[in-house]
Design a protein around this ligand. Structure first.
Ligand code: MG
Length: 270
């Protein structure tokens, strides 16, 4: 009986532990870039819970790992930069970034994801200016289908700013974690729509710290983005969020471990 109680407590404290998601991969490591195979590999080797990436669709319907609507290489002056959603695959792939990395495809990312089953791929499905609801539903379906083709359903979490995309995910991937990014729904409203988590900015969660507990009491996960400064990382560890999305995974791991040690010491003194 006592053993069961202790085991239950241990499970509880384990589940309460904050975990790390590397924002666009662990790109801070030398030679890497955001949203590249290299940053994904670095995150996998670091052994964090997940590596986040952004998926956008080119004009010829290729799923690319890229954040903005423009090609990420800022050495090219704006008028000449390739537009990710208005240009085609061939043009996006023709340019390399400063570190020599090229914009990967989702397919290449999933090949790499499969090599490290212990690290989740957190897929942010981007919507850009001009994407109609039909277009958003179209690429959401294509992404879910490609994940299924690789048999990676259990190794993928989804996040999106768009309600249309999140609502579509509820229909197409009901067994996946689906977290809403935009910050304008309460946890109860997200729950009602079928989302499994909130993934809100540090600003939103500082304004609504009560949403962390509210969401968790509804059985939802709480993720916060993008937290890089040590004092702010510590603030969100203390607030008890489930995940911290960060460009600074090394510092975040260190602070989580230090907090756990302190917590254990505090317990043993009681
Ligand atoms: Mg993102």
């Amino acid at each position: 009986m006592l053993f069961t109680a202790v085991a239950a407590l241990a499970t509880l404290s384990l589940s309460a532990q904050t975990q790390v998601i590397a924002h666009r991969g662990f790109h801070a490591k030398e030679g890497s870039d955001k949203n590249t195979i290299s940053s994904l590999l670095n995150a996998q080797q670091l052994g964090v819970y997940g590596s986040e990436c952004d998926i956008s669709m080119s004009a010829d319907d290729s799923l690319m790992v890229v954040h903005g609507s423009m090609h990420p290489d800022r050495r090219i002056p704006a008028p000449h930069r390739v537009h990710v959603t208005k240009d085609v695959y061939k043009d996006i792939r023709a340019i390399s970034c400063e570190g020599g990395n090229i914009v990967p495809t989702l397919r290449e990312y999933l090949v790499q994801t499969k090599k490290y089953p212990g690290t989740k791929l957190v897929i942010e499905i981007k919507n850009h200016k001009g994407d109609t609801p039909e277009r958003q539903k179209f690429f959401t379906k294509k992404i879910v289908e490609m994940v299924a083709e690789f048999g990676l359903e259990k190794q993928v979490d989804y996040i999106a700013f768009s309600k249309i995309i999140c609502d579509e995910l509820v229909k197409l991937a009901p067994n996946n974690e689906i977290a809403y990014l935009n910050g304008d729904f309460t946890p109860a409203e997200c729950k009602q729509r079928g989302y499994t988590g909130i993934d809100y900015s540090r600003k939103v969660l500082r304004e609504h710290p009560e949403w962390v507990k509210q969401a968790q009491e509804l059985g939802m996960k709480v993720n916060v983005w993008t937290v890089n400064k040590p004092e702010e990382i510590q603030f969100f560890i203390d607030l008890g969020v489930d995940f911290i999305t960060t460009d600074n995974p090394l510092e975040t791991i260190k602070l989580i471990e230090a907090s756990q040690k302190k917590h254990k010491k505090g317990k043993s003194r009681k």
